[in-house]
Design a protein around this ligand. Structure first.
Ligand SMILES: C[S@@+](CC[C@H](N)C(=O)[O-])C[C@H]1O[C@@H](n2cnc3c(N)ncnc32)[C@H](O)[C@@H]1O
Length: 446
């Protein structure tokens, strides 16, 4: 691979004698990773259940390496949201940001959702996650990953940081900034990225990073933390971005990050940060900094969303009576024809570009409720009365994922939750032993 001269000089200055070892790492095999979705399955259970061999990623409890040649995305468990494919170094920001149950978390550069799905798993259904990306197109991919993972406490939106800061002053306990960057750490994995590298790109990214950091500062509660990460080596986008931010914000301090597993300290004097290099670890390049806000409490005046009344909920109540077990309560809201169940403390979002608020249960049309794919993915098998639970070896599993009608003599008439080994895949509607397929059109197995 031909590297630009300015880049070579930058890396030599950073690495000194280690530069040769870094170059040699380009010859090594590419590494592949996946992360168990602990909202649905434990890492140990997943490793036992899948037929491909997994070995643990040392810095992420739910992370595994899998071998080249395996195709984990072509597996019913992938469609059941049991794991997310993620490069092993990219698991560090989501693993190292201190998340407490009940936290209000912002993932401001979230698409396509690698870290968002990890943050949601760590919240374990508690608190609130706002997953945002400035690109409306990329936010659509983010929404699919949120839904397939069965995340019920996220709001997916697409807004610039300035707009968010106007609405969410002092609102968040934790913010993840997985910043847009020049991507130098991905050159080994994606050699094409070398072609778009130039020094102007670094300057452009640095400006974006400064803007995002600045707006995030005001959205954080006092005592709250920002995890800033990039997948680049450029000091300008890493320690220099953080130093400028600290110079402008004396209320922030750096919190030291763990330096195990071959991770190295950030460039002097910001040694609290960590750098990941491909010649030091089994993964690609990354940079992480953890910042904490100190000082006077930050006022928050973000209004919360109100619930709709029981009258409007009647069609859903009828569906729940016929189809679901348990009691369904909380803050319900209707957006367009979508009925959503919101996480506690969800903010009012009128005027913001929101793709999804909380758990989309289904649509309300002409007084009828129709359950959604996202509803199925967030349910547990026990929460539904009528279930068609197929084993992985049942040939009907793939046929269901392809959108076919199934023979289902074991299912009762009515709405049916279709599962593989007890994990929901989607809905069907059974009549006299035949299951009409309601799997989401855009999600079909190809
Ligand atoms: C490194 S990628 C994020 C990857 C993502 N966190 C994941 O783990 O899947 C950076 C993202 O930032 C988004 N972005 C770029 N500028 C932004 C801005 N000013 N505000 C919010 N998002 C931005 C890009 O569209 C891109 O999706």
């Amino acid at each position: 691979m031909e590297l630009p001269l300015a880049y070579i000089n930058e890396m030599k200055a950073l690495l000194g004698e280690e530069y040769e070892a870094y170059l040699v790492s380009f010859e090594e095999v590419r590494l592949y990773g996946l992360r168990a979705n602990t909202l649905k399955i434990s890492p140990a259970e997943l490793a036992e259940k899948v037929e491909f061999s997994l070995s643990p990623v040392p810095w992420c409890e739910s992370g595994f390496y899998y071998a080249e040649g395996e195709r984990p995305a072509k597996h019913p468990y992938y469609h059941a949201g049991l794991y997310y494919l993620q490069e092993p170094s990219a698991m560090t920001p989501g693993a190292m940001i201190p998340i407490e149950k009940g936290d209000f978390v912002l993932d401001i550069c979230a698409a396509p959702g690698g870290k968002t799905t990890q943050l949601a798993a760590r919240l374990g259904g508690t608190g609130l996650l706002i997953s945002n990306d400035i690109s409306a197109g990329r936010a659509k991919a983010l929404l699919k990953n949120v839904e397939i993972s069965g995340i019920t406490n996220a709001i997916v939106m697409s807004e610039p940081p300035k707009k968010l800061a106007e609405r969410f002053g002092g609102f968040f306990d934790k913010i993840l900034i997985d910043a847009p960057c020049s991507g130098e750490g991905m050159f080994r994995k994606e050699p094409d990225m070398v072609k778009s590298w130039n020094e102007e790109l670094l300057t452009f990214c640095r400006e974006q990073q400064a803007d995002i950091l600045e707006h995030c500062a005001s959205m954080l509660k006092t005592g709250g933390m920002i995890l800033y990460s990039t997948c680049t080596f450029a000091k300008m986008e890493n320690e220099d971005s953080i130093q400028t931010f600290l110079d402008n914000h004396p209320e922030f301090t750096l919190v030291p990050l763990e330096k195990n597993w071959g991770f190295v300290p950030g460039c002097e004097p910001l040694t609290e940060c960590v750098r990941l290099y491909p010649h030091k670890i089994k993964g690609e390049g990354h940079f992480l900094a953890l910042l904490q806000k100190t000082g006077e409490p930050t006022p928050c005046s973000t209004p919360t969303e109100a619930s709709i009344g029981e009258k409007e909920l009647e069609p859903f109540r009828q569906f729940a009576k016929e189809t679901l077990t348990g009691k369904w309560k909380g803050t319900f809201q209707i957006y367009g024809d979508s009925l959503c169940l919101l996480p506690e403390g969800a903010p009012a979002t009128k005027g913001l570009r929101v793709l999804r608020s909380g758990w989309q249960l289904g649509t309300l049309k002409k007084g009828r409720f129709e359950p959604s794919q996202a509803f199925a993915m967030g349910l547990k098998k026990e929460e539904v009365k009528n279930v068609l639970d197929m084993s992985l070896s049942d040939e009907r599993v793939i046929r269901y994922l392809k959108g076919e009608t199934l023979e289902a003599p074991e299912a009762k008439d009515g709405w049916t939750l279709v599962c593989v080994d007890g994990y929901p895949l989607g809905w069907g509607k059974t009549q006299k032993g035949r299951l009409k397929n309601k799997y989401a059109v855009g999600w079909k197995w190809e």
